[in-house]
Design a protein around this ligand. Sequence first.
Ligand code: FEO
Length: 396
Amino acid sequence: MKSFYNAEKISENVWWVGAVDWSVRNFHGYLTGRGTTYNAFLIIDEKVTLIDTVKKGFFAEMMERISSVIDPRKIDYIISNHAEPDHSGCLAEAIAAIQPERVIASAMGAKTLKAYYGIDVEIAKDPVSIGCGSLSFVETRMLHWPDSMVCFYDRDGVLFSQDAFGQHLAGSKLWADEYDPSLLEYEMSKYYANIINAQSAKVLTVLDALIALNLDIKVVAPDHGPLFRKDFDKIFAAYRRYAEQKPCARAVVVFCTMWHATEELARAFADGVRYAGVEVELIDLAVSERSAVMTAVAASGLAAFGAPTMNNQVFPAMADVLTYIRGLKPQNKIGFAFGSCGWSGEGAKQITAELEAMKFDLPIPFIQSKYKPTEEELKNIFDAGYTLAEKLKQSL
Ligand code: FEO
């Protein structure tokens, strides 16, 4: 009889045995509006092998899915591709319940798992035969953590890519081609912008290394969201495009406001951009959050940030967003700072300093109005939007 949580076959000898987290909305500061999945995989070869586990709290779901196809105590090996707790949170429980012959991770993974859980594991060395097929490993340091690696099961052509190519997207369908392509593209780009972007230079190196291996890939199985069974060129090309961060013909204006002065400036700037024929999005931080902002910044060649001054500081919502974005290291952006103040006026200066630290190109000095923008200031900031949008178009 089928159990409540069942495994799903993804290839001749591999099963998905992960968990769906429909409820999570805050993933270490990333707003996961559509939940996520923690994907784990079971290979039934001569040596039964579990690839990754799931977040703490989802152990029972994973074990029930495994039990729907095999007694979990028959698992011989566990591979930990990534030690972040969303994939290792129940590893200790799994080891206790399964008592596997071998637990394997990268060298950095071994250190991380020891630090988190006191677990001693074996360090991956290529290849590990598991019977008719074998597992080969490629270290992908900093994608997403120093311990990260991917592994390839040659018998079925499955690339277990851990965080790479993932999306925070809960669903009842297993395959990416069963989802609306624009939804999938948005969630993949959002995931990249908020999780991977800071390591874009390494992404290009890893992509080249994977392509050079000339793997006969039949399935790409990330640790979050749906899996891919076709169009591998497209997802590799998407990651290359995200990583290269070439300027694109789109602008975003991010603002917060106290008494609508900064909002008026934001709208006037955006209208100047629009007048130049460049698509522009306004994001009001009162009704948005940092991961949506970072997604929009990553997808834009021009990013303007405006905030009031409060208590001699930039308004806190803007400080939060800029700190977050700075850590993710967006490249090749034209930037602009603006704001409003009553007297001291540190806000736009602090935004400018942050954008300079991020190496944004700032061709026009900040514009800051006192109390309420004058007609002349509104015209000036409209012109700034127009001029920067024209400059963006010339750079494409
Ligand atoms: Fe899904 Fe970096 O963990």
